[in-house]
Design a protein around this ligand. Sequence first.
Ligand SMILES: [Zn+2]
Length: 102
Amino acid sequence: MISVPKNVMVVGNELAIVWDDGREDYLPLERLRRDCPCAMCKGEPDLFGKIYRGPDRPLTPRSVQVAAHRWVGSYALQIDWADGHNDGIYSFETLRRMGAEG
Ligand SMILES: [Zn+2]
């Protein structure tokens, strides 16, 4: 069964997640931003398997600040970064895995 967050909040420079099974994870915002799962950040393979992605842009302090976050359906979290980027949808599974990796 997939765990779902009971509560998500930004604490300092970390995203604090309290899971429904009682586990708590603290994920550094910079790490979340660097692991942004959107196509532009992660790249998307074309028919031939070549990965296309947007140009690497240096992260600014605003790139690792959370302006807002919201649920996407019942399976993921969307983060609005303060620099305007919000294409990344972080599935609960992904967040769980990042938390387990420590
Ligand atoms: Zn992205």
